[in-house]
Ligand binder design. Structure first.
Ligand code: ATP
Length: 335
């Protein structure tokens, strides 16, 4: 089976200074393979400075590796020119962290979507262009009639990020580099965007490299994971296995640092009672020992766990302040 993408011992050093040169090794000896006929979601996880964005920049061809090769469908990307380079630019798309940054506030959404259509000559006529925009918006769960004609400030952060995904989808990419796509989006919208990405992989055959510092969202959507630390791969494998049973101390640290409200903690005189103890099953949730919600009683609004494999990342309690957790739990749990 042919490889879609292959990284062979890729390293990247940034050098500065002319006489006393100083090098920062941002990535060292990274190797990975994605198969062409098996669209998948691979997470690249790591703390700040571990080399994640450098990897994204390399994959998008914005910078060149210092050593090693990036092979896309059999071709070294640093040797692509002309039509081949254009095809690579079309087939490998990106969604970045900031859903606001790519929008020009003076233009409507239509403009953002029309530019790639024109640049890559994707449509034969205006009507065809309009159909393609509508198809892409529908594929990411947006209603074209609600979205087209609007200015960026008239949209929510989650809508803007899904429009970014739709823009990528217009180009029928084979590979999507999603660099922290949900980190600037409200917690309640994260699951929707992650679900959109998963649909892209499942229904449109797009492979996704999902870059994040957040292991819960990685666990949520990815099949496999590589964990970066100071530019090197610390651990790699099936996401379930790596997160449930991290072998490397750094991965253990990352897993242990997943924030979660301490439900043993007492606020005031009243202990927080686990709903599990009062009959809920909690089945299906990885954090059921820590979360008081049973799956059928999970109070995420809307009940996001339904679209997630586990309701960890999408649980609205996930990254709330203790005061909010206290308030919401007291509303939901029996006294
Ligand atoms: N243009 C550059 N010149 C010099 N050093 C750089 C440059 N870009 C990144 N670095 C360094 O390379 C290392 C990896 O940076 P990178 O941005 O890839 O990390 P990251 O994991 O994406 O971090 P974050 O999550 O904070 O964005 C860091 O030590 C960073 O300081």
């Amino acid at each position: 089976m042919a490889d879609l993408l292959q990284l062979e011992n890729v390293s990247k050093a940034y050098t500065r200074g002319l006489i006393n040169t100083h090098a920062t090794i941002a990535l060292r000896n990274i190797s990975l393979t994605l198969k062409e006929d098996e669209p998948t979601i691979l997470t690249v996880a790591g703390e700040s400075g571990s080399g994640k964005t450098t990897l994204a920049m390399l994959l998008l061809g914005f910078i060149l590796p210092t050593t090693g090769r990036i092979i896309y469908r059999g071709r070294n990307i640093s040797t692509l020119y002309g039509e081949d380079k254009l095809a690579y630019r079309r087939e490998v798309q990106a969604v970045f962290q900031d859903p606001f940054a790519v929008f020009n506030p003076f233009y409507t959404v239509d403009h953002l979507l029309t530019v790639p259509i024109k640049h890559f000559k994707l449509a034969k006529s205006r009507a065809d262009a309009r159909n393609k925009m509508e198809e892409a918006l529908t594929a990411v769960g947006l209603r074209p009639e609600d979205i087209l004609g609007r200015f960026p400030h008239q949209l929510s952060g989650g809508q803007r990020q899904r429009i970014n995904v739709a823009r990528a989808l217009l180009l029928k990419p084979r590979l999507l580099i999603a660099d922290e796509p949900v980190s600037m989006v409200d917690a309640s919208l994260r699951a929707t965007i992650l679900e959109t990405l998963r649909n892209l992989q499942r229904d449109h055959g797009v492979s996704i490299i999902y870059i994040t510092h957040d292991l819960t969202t990685a666990y949520h959507i990815a099949k496999s994971i590589i964990v970066l630390y100071r530019g090197g791969v610390m651990e790699a494998g099936d996401v379930d296995a790596v997160i449930k049973d991290p072998r490397h101390p750094y991965t253990q640290l990352l897993v242990d640092s997943i924030p979660w409200p301490n439900l043993d903690q007492r606020w005031g005189a009243q202990p927080i009672k686990a709903r599990e103890a009062s009959g809920g099953s909690g089945e299906g949730c990885r954090f059921r020992s820590r979360c008081p919600m049973a799956m059928d009683q999970c109070a995420s609004e809307p009940p996001l766990y339904e679209i997630s494999r586990r309701h960890t990342a999408s649980c609205f309690l996930y990254d709330q302040q203790p005061e909010v957790v206290k308030e919401r739990l007291s509303e939901m749990l029996p006294a």
